[in-house]
Write a protein that binds this ligand. Structure first.
Ligand code: 5CA
Length: 439
């Protein structure tokens, strides 16, 4: 992509309304535009990051055996009256009347709708277990939407729903999601720690929040120092090996991690083995048994002919919140530092002297070469000051910057800067592709 043609409206000044760094940088890097309180349009570069996060979440859900569906954003109120949550949900729910005066709503979550889909089609124990998920926009009329996409009113969530015959099977479904979440967050380049949680309005008795550590996090968290070393992704562990899964789950949940509300100084490790930090919730999983299946009549016939209500769990990831949360966890004073897997481009190419025939040609050639090698590159070919190009490139946080100017070209080289470490080196033009690694 050439910067001269790209819709990337970067800002030099800090927008007044942005209280935290991710919100500031997302606005300044031209990733989002607010359209109403807590509601955002995603501009090309923001959308690219959102889609990359979504793709990793999807891949890891599929690996764990969940199947993708897509439910609508607009739901009939009747389903929520069946579960009893229509009144319970209160003002957070956006209620809509259609032209026939039917009560509708913009879904804040999908337990009711998925239970309705399930009960229409699944009647036998033979069809279990099932785990269905979708990645869809939600609406919650939060009292105080703030911090940009971190607490929006409209936000993108991945929500999965598991159906099992027995509590023991449901526990296995829960453990699969638990492992897949830790693998997902690792691939996204961040460290999320699972913490025992309250179930709130979703209901149920087994629940974990997944929390990324960042200074601006909303909640205080207490974590055993062991979290710094343990291999949370359990490389090599197969989702089919349920015995190993149970061992892994027990091991992980025995390492202390708690939010302020749950923290209990007596069961926590001594202070020299404990980290106190702040965190952002990026995922939340629940096992709630038959809460919805009983209320809505989602039952199956068991082997012995008896009818049993199915055991359910639900599993959420805040996909749009993750964009902000990852920036909170990975930035410096000059801008964002994207983890490689979700960076909007692999590298930025800066032409220090646009209009100079040799610089223009060297940039065009390298731009072509990098693309041929499979790299997605942003070429800053604008007729702008070098200082502005550097500042913009640091702000948008691509993993590598390749700087081409007249001095380097005399030696046949360019300067390559690693955004995360700040390290720079002169690299011969024909070596640049290999420096960036394999695609
Ligand atoms: N039905 C369950 C699980 S599918 C559920 O709704 N869980 S939740 O309420 O915890 O939301 C799941 C995730 O969505 C949260 O962990 C958080 O990362 C994200 N989320 C929740 N509310 C918002 C919001 N207002 N803005 C952005 N992300 C949000």
């Amino acid at each position: 992509m050439k910067r001269s043609q790209y819709f990337l409206p970067t800002l030099k000044e800090n927008p007044k309304e942005a209280e935290i760094v991710s919100h500031r940088y997302m606005l300044r890097a031209g990733m989002i535009k607010q359209t109403s309180a807590g509601i955002y349009a995603w501009l090309p570069m923001g959308l690219k990051v959102l889609k990359k996060i979504e793709a990793i979440v999807r891949e890891e859900q599929n690996k764990a055996g969940a199947q993708e569906v897509l439910m609508p954003t607009i739901q009939p109120a009747d389903l929520w009256k069946e579960s009893g949550r229509y009144d319970a949900y209160g003002k957070e729910m956006l209620r809509i009347m259609d032209r026939g005066d039917r009560e509708m709503l913009f879904g804040p979550t999908n337990e009711e709708m998925i239970t309705d889909i399930f009960r229409a089609h699944v009647k036998s124990y033979k069809d279990l277990p099932k785990n269905l998920y979708h990645i869809q926009w939600k609406f919650r009329d939060e009292v105080r939407p703030r911090f940009g996409v971190m607490r929006g009113r409209e936000f993108l969530m991945k929500d999965a729903y598991s159906f099992d015959l027995s509590p023991e099977d449901a526990r296995i479904s829960y453990q699969k999601m638990f492992l897949s979440y830790l693998r997902t967050f690792r691939r996204l380049g961040v460290k999320a720690i699972p913490m025992k949680a309250d179930t709130g309005p979703i209901g149920g008795d087994l629940s974990h929040e997944f929390i990324i550590l960042a200074d601006t996090g909303e909640s205080e968290v207490y974590t055993d120092k062991k979290w710094n070393d343990v291999d949370v992704t359990a490389q090599g562990l197969s989702y089919d090996d349920t015995a190993a899964l149970e061992t892994y789950f027990t091991e992980m949940t025995n390492i202390y991690a708690a939010t302020d509300e749950i923290h209990d100084a007596e069961s926590a490790p001594p202070s020299n083995e404990l980290d106190v930090a702040r965190g952002i919730e990026v995922g939340h999983i629940f096992y709630f048994g038959t809460k919805y299946s009983k209320a809505m009549g989602a039952s199956v016939q068991n082997k012995d002919g008896s009818i049993v209500d199915v055991e359910m769990g639900s599993y959420g990831i805040g996909v749009s919140r993750l964009v902000g949360a990852i920036i909170e966890a990975s930035h410096d004073d000059n801008g964002i530092i994207w983890p490689v897997e979700i960076a909007p481009f692999d590298a930025g190419l800066i032409n220090l002297r646009s209009g100079d025939a040799a610089c223009d040609k060297a940039c065009e050639d390298l731009y072509q070469q990098l693309q041929d090698a499979g790299f997605d590159v942003l070429l800053d070919d604008r007729d702008a000051r070098a200082g502005d190009k550097f500042a913009d490139m640091d702000l948008i946080g691509l993993p590598y910057q390749i700087i081409i100017g007249p001095k380097g070209l005399e030696k046949g080289s360019a300067e390559v800067k690693n955004r995360a470490t700040g390290e720079t080196k002169d690299v011969a033009l024909d070596q640049i592709v290999s420096i960036l690694g394999n695609k």
